[in-house]
Design a protein. Structure first.
Length: 380
């Protein structure tokens, strides 16, 4: 069962998001421009670029939505101006330089859907020296939260489901960033900007940020809420902030702290955060200080590295002395790759793989599916 179509329906029924991108594309794209639409999905950004006068749009999408976008472009009279490329943008070459790169690969906390990596690669290989990205930049925002329901995601592991002890899992849960719908009522302090990312120049190197938030309402602090504000083009922005009167329909992120801590109005929350965009790795250090004396009330150190699920069975593959060898399915994949010589037909490759690896497949149809998985990824 696939929910991809409905995922893109949800993007298209978000009027705030659509209006912001429509205005930004109309402002940035000039008649005769060549535009690159990264991870294009339904192709809506490319259509907006065509309306704005783009001479040509390269629409890159690695999933099955490329077929949907192609049909939609033809249905709207833009089939001759949009070039559809099925693939991962970092593995694709283009025949000409680009004036504008556009993408909505902005995650719940800005960076975590890959926009920094995609834009860095596109700038290096595709964009003209005077070309621009859309969005231009984004700000990552954090705020103290009084949210016992969200803290329950972490503290659940101290309970005993069906009478069993799951407490060892709590460390993982406390070092996880959760995609959530933040309630404005859970905000108990001032929002602060932890990082500003210039997407026209950002690299994939780790970046750091520090900020201090002031508690505005006495209560219990359970962690931090995170969201983004993106400047799409000059004077045109969008945000998923729960405090914004017009926010896009995108969830935010909850970064927990290990223990709930009592706070009073005027207390300070000092936050330090490190982000590794390519790994979606986030470290968040939180110190809660008394607003009058500066005395440290509590201190927390968290990292999504500690929340990663890394079974001991997989650790052996990372040891420098490990001597890997292909398993039977790996041997089968190597056979497929070796047979893709530009001479044999797909049917011939399927026959040969089925003959050479009889223990892998119950019938030729299974061999054909196996071959297709390799061919669709690595052939041209």
């Amino acid at each position: 069962m696939s929910l991809i179509i409905d995922e893109h329906r949800q993007y298209l029924v978000d009027p705030t998001r659509l209006a912001a991108f429509q205005a930004a594309v109309a402002l940035v794209v000039r008649p005769g421009y060549v535009v690159l639409d990264l991870a294009s999905g339904s192709g809506i950004m490319g259509l907006l670029a065509c309306v704005a006068g783009a001479k040509r749009v390269y629409s890159i999408e690695m999933g099955g939505m490329v077929a949907v976008a192609r049909e939609v472009a033809h249905a709207n009279g833009f089939g001759d101006r949009v070039v559809f490329i099925k693939g991962f943008s970092a593995h694709v070459d283009l025949p000409e330089k680009i004036d504008v790169v556009v993408a909505d690969q902005i995650g719940n906390f800005g960076f975590n859907a890959g926009i920094i990596q995609y834009f860095a690669d596109a700038r290096r290989r595709f964009l003209k020296p005077e070309g621009v990205t859309l969005p231009l930049r984004m700000s990552l925002m954090l705020v103290p939260l009084d949210a016992p329901d969200l803290f329950g995601h972490v503290d659940f592991w101290n309970t005993s489901p069906a009478g069993f002890d799951f407490r060892s899992t709590r460390l993982l849960a406390a070092n996880t960033g959760y995609q959530v719908n933040l309630s404005p009522g859970s905000v108990c302090g001032d929002p602060v900007c932890i990082a500003n990312v210039d997407l026209n120049h950002a690299t994939t190197e780790p970046f750091h940020g520090e900020a201090t938030a002031v508690i505005r309402r006495a209560g219990t602090m359970h962690g931090l809420g995170g969201w983004f504000t993106a400047e799409l083009a000059a004077g045109i922005s969008m945000t998923n902030s729960p405090l914004a009167p017009e926010k896009i329909q995108r969830r935010q992120v909850y970064f927990p702290i290990d223990r709930a801590v009592q706070v009073t109005e005027g207390d300070l929350v000092r936050i330090r955060m490190m982000v590794r965009p390519t790994d979606s790795l986030v470290n968040w250090n939180v110190d809660v200080l008394n607003g009058n004396s500066g005395f440290k009330i509590d201190s927390f150190r968290h990292s999504t590295w500690k929340g990663m699920l890394i079974p001991t069975e997989d650790l052996r593959y990372t040891q420098p002395g490990y001597k890997p060898r292909l398993n039977p399915r790996g041997e089968g994949r190597r056979t497929v790759v070796n047979l893709c010589d530009g001479v044999r037909t797909l049917s011939e490759i399927e026959d040969e793989v089925f003959r050479l690896h009889p223990d892998l497949f119950r019938n030729r149809d299974e061999a054909a599916v196996f071959v297709a998985e390799v061919v669709t990824r690595y052939s041209e």
